[in-house]
Every structure is written in structure tokens, then in C-alpha cells.
Design a protein around this ligand. Structure first.
Ligand code: GRF
Length: 220
């Protein structure tokens, strides 16, 4: 069973989606960590009987010292994989360099488009015909690590950021568990910082079709 630590700052719907399928998919969520003590994600973890822990940045002199303390706590539960599911902090390069396990993040855009915030509004402003979400490896570059998998949705003419976000989020709830399951089954591995699938370098992001990830062809 792959031991997964989840980092989350918000409501925790991606955490809930992960937890709903963890046993079947070969992974178990062994801890949830947050910078927000009152986050929905931590409450969800407590309700589910999962180790839940908050560490607040305010008491630390800088980003590096907070991150080192935070990830020391995370590593106490001996995860094999760390999953950022709505963890809304930039992580310092110092802390990342010391992490002994892979870390992935889910981001609500088709990276490399729209790293950072307000992705749905930016996709609408640009007049994009499609939008979506990406799961990528976390590196020191914000939302800039190698992309592992993506889910695509159409943009409708009458969309606003709220309706578009809801359409993307529904796909996120399949994209993230399917991505973690690839690690759990030993199909996805890191080799010199790059994702490899089934023993080959991943040439292009996997695409979510229905509930499964495939190697080509977007889900339209
Ligand atoms: C998701 O849209 C995720 O892509 C982004 O933050 C949001 C988290 O939502 N990184 P939730 O807390 O999982 O409901």
C-alpha cells in the first residue's frame, strides 16, 4: 500500500475524492497537513479518522524555516508520496531539495497555461475553447514542474469563472486519484526528476478519458 500524505489549505474536495477510492487503488492516506487550522480538509481528515495536523506560518521568521518545520512533520508519518491538493503556499527551494519522496500538485489549468491564481477567469478572458486541470511534479518553479496528466473540459459561451471552475473540479476529482493510482501500482516513477511511465520517459501528459488516464487523445 503506497503511503500518501496530503497537503491542503482549503475545503478539501480533492482530498475527499482521493480518500473515496484509496483502498481499491492501492494507496492509503496516512496524514493530512495544513497551514490553515480551520480548513475543511483538516475537518474531513478528522471525521475520517486520518491523522490531521496544522502548522501555522505566523510563528516562523521566514518561508524556509516554516517549510523545514512543516515538512519535518510530514516526513514523520513516512509517506511514499506527497500530494498537494489545494495547498496554497509557495514552497521554498531549500525544503524541496531536501524532500526524499516525490511530491505532486493538482492545478486548475492546462499547464503551461495559467500558472498561479485566477486560472478560470484568465481562461475566459483569453477566449479559450477548452480549459482543464493538470497534475504535475512540484519543483521550485511555481506550477512549473513536469506535467504528468491533464483533464480537459469545453468552455461554454455563457460560462463565468464559477461555472467553469465547477466543470473543471468535477474532472479534478477523477484526475488526481487516477494519477496517484499510477504511482501506487508502480507504473509511474521518477527518474532523475522526470516522470517515467512503464519504464519509459513520459513523452507527453497523460489525458483523462472518462475516469481513466490514456496516453493520447484528449477527453472532449
Ligand atoms: C482545486 O481547484 C485545485 O486544483 C486547486 O485548489 C482547489 C482545491 O479545491 N489547487 P479543494 O480544496 O480540493 O476542494
Amino acid at each position: 500500500m503506497l503511503r500518501v500524505a496530503v497537503l491542503a489549505s482549503g475545503r478539501g474536495s480533492n482530498l475527499a475524492a482521493l480518500q473515496a477510492c484509496d483502498d481499491d487503488a492501492g494507496f492509503g492516506i496516512v496524514g493530512v497537513f495544513s497551514d490553515k487550522p480551520d480548513s475543511g480538509a483538516l475537518q474531513h481528515a478528522r471525521d475520517a479518522g486520518i491523522h490531521a495536523q496544522a502548522l501555522v506560518p505566523g510563528g516562523y521568521p521566514n518561508r524556509e524555516s516554516f517549510d523545514l518545520a512543516f515538512f519535518a512533520d510530514v516526513m514523520q508519518i513516512q509517506p511514499d508520496l506527497i500530494v498537494c491538493a489545494g495547498y496554497m503556499r509557495i514552497i521554498s527551494a531549500v525544503a524541496l531539495a531536501r524532500l526524499p519522496v516525490p511530491m505532486i500538485n493538482i492545478h486548475p489549468s492546462l499547464l503551461p497555461l495559467y500558472p498561479g491564481l485566477h486560472t478560470h477567469a484568465r481562461a475566459l478572458e483569453a477566449g479559450d475553447a477548452e480549459h482543464g486541470a493538470s497534475v504535475h511534479l512540484v519543483t521550485a518553479e511555481l506550477d512549473g514542474g513536469p506535467v504528468i496528466a491533464q483533464a480537459r473540459v469545453p468552455v461554454h459561451a455563457d460560462d463565468d469563472p464559477t461555472t467553469l471552475a465547477a466543470r473543471v473540479l468535477e474532472r479534478e476529482h477523477h484526475l488526481l486519484p487516477a494519477s496517484v493510482a499510477l504511482f501506487a501500482r508502480g507504473r509511474l516513477k521518477l527518474h532523475q526528476g522526470q516522470p517515467w511511465l512503464d519504464g519509459e520517459p513520459l513523452a507527453a501528459p497523460l489525458q483523462l478519458r472518462g475516469k481513466v488516464l490514456v496516453q493520447d487523445g484528449p477527453d472532449k
